[in-house]
Write a protein that binds this ligand. Sequence first.
Ligand SMILES: [Zn+2]
Length: 679
Amino acid sequence: MIRLRPLTLAGLLLAMTLAPHVSAAANVTMPPDEAPFWTGSPDSAVFEARLRKRLELAKASISKMLGAKAPRTIENTLVPYDEALRQLDMAGSQASLAENVMPDAATRNAAEKLSQDVAAYCTELSLNRKVYDALAALDVSKTDAATTFYVTRTLRDFRLAGVDKDDATRAKIKTVSDEVVAVGQEFSRNIREDKSTITCTADELAGLPEDYITRHKPGADGKITLSIEYPDAVPLFSYAKSEDVRKRMYMVYNNRAFPKNIETLDRLRAKRHELAVLLGFTNWADCITADKMTGKAAVARDFIDRVVTASQDRQVREYQQLLTARKKDAPGATAVNFWEVNYYKEQVRKAEYDFDAQQVRPYLPFDRVQAGILATAATLFNVEFRRVPDAPVWHPSVECYELWDGGKLAGRFYLDMHPRPNKFNHAAQFDIRTGLAGRQIPEAALICNFPGGVAGDPGLCEISDATTYFHEFGHLLHTMFAGHGKWVGIGGIRTEQDFVEAPSQMLEEWMKSPEVLATFAKHHQTNEPIPAELVKRMNRANAFSKGLDVRRQMVFAGSSLACYDKDPKGVDSDGIFSGFIKKYQPFPFVEGTHFQCAFGHLNGYSAVYYTYMWSLVIAKDLFSKFDATQMMTPGVAKEYRMKVLAPGGSKPAAELVSDFLGRPFNETAWKKWLDREDQ
Ligand SMILES: [Zn+2]
């Protein structure tokens, strides 16, 4: 449920962008602007040379901008600035993608170094006083609203990045920012490269679905090896009857990248604190929220408090339901342990809601889920997706599609949907390049780890997989629809970070609709569509743990903020995480676990994990304008696309929302959803 935003630095204009006809790294053939980024299937050296050339082109465009003769105009200043951002956006996004998906270590390593170099140059640029002065000298009184907003916001971001500090401070900001990037990469790499496993016996897989057992055959020693990747771990927590195997998995799962990342996280927090202070803030949380909808850490903290209060009664009630179920197996039990949570959630769903998630999986073979998601999005937004079977891709399992809108090619995307060694192990949309009207179409990729992709295995998904897929696809559509503006710097998903999850979380509603699901969720053996009655039961059953799930998110949100809202010296991360778990969740904290070591968001999102729930509040309000009984009616979706998605980052998010709703957003629809029992 996440999305990576490459080039994320303090308040820095993330998107950062050159002009052709500049010779940089000699003899490098660049793909044409409209062509797939992986054209020619470059080897590690060529790929690296291409991205290095983009970096050179960006620098050359900035030189051109600075060298322009007075007076400063949009043409001689903002145009070359945006061109520099266009090149940096491609170099940064593509390096970030490569770092996370390329099958060969040479390309991944080259990409990691490139990411650092691009980020370093972006920091340098954000501290370049001459660039700031040139942009500040622009007369925007006669330009269009988007251009005015672009210049105003860019100047603010420059100030947030420290451009107005003295030379010595700016130099220090630069050094520390580069260190933050490098330490952050180390944190993420340690998580990605943890290949821990557990072993178990065939008996210990009792309760798990047939296809899971088929995929996990014992080795010569009679032992079965289970990885800590989602497809192995998630079903085990939900279905394994053996408490012992669940507990063993829980301990390994919650010690991923431990102990390495304890020390790495400490360094990351210290470096970010140092950076925040240099930038004139008291802590990193205030610094990172300065360009968000919340504006400061205290607003985020109040929001978390309100969510905690609103979910109190519901989580107490749900915990009692879990404990009652646990007592049926263990009459003397006084608590539900973490490794029992998902298992007893399933038991409660079976016993009290007459629902077994196993009943849904046969209707969700991966290929049908994918086809259904594409078809649903195509109908809803009135666009067409065309598979490009011979497109250049980085791995044979990756599929390429084009998006056609009104008879025009309007975007291209890649679906890399199944696990493989050394690949990013969550689910996210990755930008590849931001679209620009008349110049280049947007490109993006979904990098996920769903079942399927193995010959002879139908790849039966959980409903949560389908929901995650549509969620990530929502980010992708946002990138595609917002990629046709006149500036890269405000194109694509460049709204405030605490808004970006709203459009995706809203689309999750479609995966709860019996009518929508019936169009593609068909039994892999009988072809019978999923019964509406089963979907309704599923929604009621899944609503069951809403209070507990909201609280779990608040542990992430609260601890992410607390990691960064003070000088981290002497404040150990174990204390923060166990503290929030004890405060917000009813399950006893398990000594010897260090979840934060594998909490990848502490790098990317740093202090602002609250953004998911903040966005959900907006998502529920946005959805209130749709007719829940007529989900596929295109009228509202068209207005939504035009008013919320297509403008990209050309307006403050609060305005995009109020343009669509006809009023400012509020928490009413979210609270109503929190209290609902039927979904
Ligand atoms: Zn997301």
